[in-house]
Design a protein around this ligand. Sequence first.
Ligand code: AMP
Ligand code: MG
Length: 500
Amino acid sequence: MSDTDALPVDLGASFDNAYARLPDRLFARVAPTPVAAPSLLALNRELAGQLGLSAERLADEAGIAALAGSRAFEGAEPLAMAYAGHQFGNWVPQLGDGRAILLGEVIDTAGQRRELQLKGAGRTPWSRGGDGRAGIGPVLREYVVSEAMHALGVPTTRALAAVASGETVLREQPLPGAVLTRVARSHVRVGTFQYFTARGDTEAVEALMHHVIEHHYPQLSSAERPALALLDAVMQRQAALVAQWMSLGFIHGVMNTDNCSVLGDTIDYGPCAFMDTFHAERVFSSIDVQARYAWSSQPAMAHWNTAQLAQCLLPLIDADPQTALPLAQASVDRFEALFSDSWSARLGAKIGFAPGSTDSPDAAARILALGRDYLSLLQEGEADFTRGFRVADDVDAARALLDAEPVRLDRWWAARDAALAEAGIGAEAASATMRAANPVRIPRNHRIEQMIVAADSGDLAPLQALSAALANPFEENADLADFEKPPSAGERVERTFCGT
Ligand code: AMP
Ligand code: MG
C-alpha cells in the first residue's frame, strides 16, 4: 500500500455529521474493516448526482475502495448507532448496528440531509456473535427492491452502491461477500429511543428527540408539546406508509421496532416481498412462523410499534405522568383512523376514485367496500395482485384473469361503474387514476432470485436489466413484458430469508 492509498478519498461530498455531535453514549466510533478485493457491482449514478457526489470518482479504484470500507471518505466520522428493539414482540435490550456503519451526513443538492451508511462493513461493538458482513444476495436484493420502492413513490432508504468484497461470508453455505451503501434521511428507529428509555436515560431520549425534530421535523419545534407533536407526526407517517405498502402488495416481513423508522421511511429490506397471487394473510419470511407480519396485519403492527415510541416520549410530553399519559393515549388511539384514511385513499385510487373525489361519508364507505370486494374477488380467484389491479379499467382483461368468478366480477364492475358515475368521474379520468396507482412492474420474487443466482456466478446482466425494468414501474412498455409476468409454477418463490 502506498502512502496515498491510506489517505481519505475526497469524493466531493460536504459532510455535516450532526449525529456524531450527539452525546457519546448514543453510538460507538468505529471505522469499517477493509476488505480483500473490492469491485463494483452497481452504482446509482442518479442518486450520486443528487447527493453532490462525483459518480466518476465513486466508480474509480479509490471510490470503490471507499464504498467497500477499505479507505476512508474525506469528511466522514464513522460510527455504529446504539439501538434496542422488540423483535417479533420480544424485548431485546441491546441490538445496535452490528454490521452497518454510519459514515456521516451529506447535505444533498436540494439542501436535504442524507446519511450514508455502509452495510456489511465489518464488526462493531454491537456485532455480538456476528461477522459484521453481508452476502451478495441480501445486498443486491436491498439494492434492487429499495430503488424499486423509490420508483414506485414509496418513502424509503435508497441504495447508492453495491460492491463485492472479494471475501467469502459463511452462512448456511459460503457466499460471496458484499457491501451496500445505504442512504437515508435518518437511521433513527423506534428502537433507538427504546434503548435509552430502557436504561432510564431520559436525557439521551431528549437529545435524540431534539436531533430528530431539529433536522427532520423542524416545523414541530414551535409546538406547545414537541414530543407529542413528534408522536403524532410519526404515527401519521407510519399509517400512510403501511397503507401504501399494502396498496402495492408489499409485505415488509420484519416490522420489529428496530426496523421502524421515525421518519416513516421503509427501512431494512430483509425478507420483504411483493405478493404475486393475492392472499390477505400472505407471509414470506421464513422466520415469521406465527404470521405476525402478514400483509393484512401490517397496520396493527405499525400501531403497536408507534405505541412503543409513545412509551419512550412519555416523560418528554409532560413531567407529570397524569398529564402525559392521557395525551399520549389519545394520540396513539388515532392511529386506526389515520390508517383508514390513507388506506381508503390508496384503495379507492386503485379502482378509479382519485383521493378527495367525494366528501360524502356514505360515498366514501361505498368506495372502500368496493375496494374490499375487489380484493376478495382477487383472493377467491387466486389472481395476481399487480395484474389484477392493472386490469381494473379493462373489463375483457379482468374477465380473462378472473374467469372463475364471471358473475361476481360483472356485478362488481357494474356497481363500480355506477359509483364512478355518481361521483361524476368519467371513464378516462378513472382510468388515468388507476394507471397512476397500479404499477405494471414490481420487483417480483422470482426475478430477484434469478438476478441473485446470476450475480453469485459473476453475471451482472440480470441485475442491470431488472433495475432498468423497475425504474418506471407505471409505464407500459412492450419490451419489458417479461418483467410483468407472474412466475410460472416452477419459478414461484414462497419463502424469503433474512440472509444475515
Ligand atoms: P436485522 O435482522 O437486519 O434487523 O438485524 C438485527 C440485528 O442483528 C441488528 O442489531 C444487526 O446489526 C444484527 N446483525 C445482523 N446480521 C449481522 C451480522 N452479520 N453481523 C453482526 N450483526 C448482525
Ligand atoms: Mg434491522
